[in-house]
Design a binder for this molecule. Structure first.
Ligand code: ADP
Ligand code: MG
Length: 249
């Protein structure tokens, strides 16, 4: 079972769009579980139009079993777990420190082990930046996709995040961390991109591709589904990135 974290230093880089569409592409031939982790800015309630009885928050807070938070077959082969769209600043997942997140990690590891037989892929959509849940998800995952828009402060922010969060949670050499540029403008940026890729590779992460910025995507997301057809240019770019990423064990 592959467990893939989709994360970024900044918000709005396309994590949710990428996580949802990767899950959809992979569910063509595999059993996939897609888990939302953005407790502050949830999106799955709107994308999948589901109102579950229990949410990932409830599982993490110790108020539900893992089995109770899974929404089965939102599409063939695709199960999902949602975060609660109703913000509660008092719940543990919102208000706890590192010690509490570490205390729930052991149970999480055991529960995810028990999913091995049910799924080929687990995809984690995340909140941006430093949220402590990301430390637990780094511990659980065997691959990560770090999304960045092509500008120096996202590259530099990503480098700082690698230093402070990733390298402290787990050595970069012990798993596969990939950089995927999103919202790349249709202008000549090759030199900039090559330089940024070089800087990121020196931190031990691998470049896995780029997705163009497309006003059509923004329009489609406003008017249609956030899950694109497999032939969509966004998914064609994602498929190329996935081919590289899945070629490595
Ligand atoms: N390649 C792209 N071209 C144009 N717009 C994009 C692209 N990728 C994402 N977006 C837009 O960026 C916004 C943020 O995407 P989202 O997936 O919600 O980001 P995040 O989960 O990182 O906050 C969405 O409105 C989406 O339409
Ligand atoms: Mg998101």
């Amino acid at each position: 079972m592959e467990k893939i974290l989709v994360h970024s230093f900044k918000g709005g880089t396309g994590k949710t769009t990428v996580a949802v569409n990767i899950a959809n592409i992979l569910s063509n031939e595999n059993k996939v579980l897609l888990i939302e982790n953005d407790f502050m800015m949830p999106s799955f309630f709107d994308i999948f139009k589901r109102e579950p009885n229990a949410y990932f928050n409830d599982y993490l807070n110790g108020k539900a079993n893992f089995g109770d938070v899974i929404e089965h077959e939102v599409k063939p082969n695709l199960d999902i777990v949602l975060t609660n769209k109703k913000f509660d600043p008092n719940e543990k997942v919102m208000s706890s420190d590192q010690e509490w997140f570490l205390s729930i990690l052991k149970n999480m590891i055991e529960d995810f082990k028990s999913l091995e037989k049910d799924y080929n892929f687990i995809i984690f959509d995340t909140p941006p930046g430093w949220h402590l849940i990301v430390v637990n998800l780094i511990a659980l995952s065997n691959k990560a996709i770090l999304l960045l828009r092509p500008n120096s402060y996202e590259v530099n922010g990503t480098k700082i995040m690698l230093e402070i969060l990733y390298k402290r949670a787990k050595p970069i050499s012990s798993w596969n961390v990939y950089a995927l540029f999103n919202q790349v403008p249709e202008v000549e940026m090759k030199e900039n991109l090559d330089n940024w890729v070089g800087e990121l590779e020196r931190e031990g992460i691998k470049f896995v591709g780029q997705i163009s910025c497309s006003c059509n995507i923004a329009y489609e997301m406003a008017h249609n589904s956030k899950i694109f057809p497999l032939k969509h240019e966004f998914n064609q770019a994602l498929q190329r990135a996935l081919n590289k990423l899945l070629a490595v064990n």
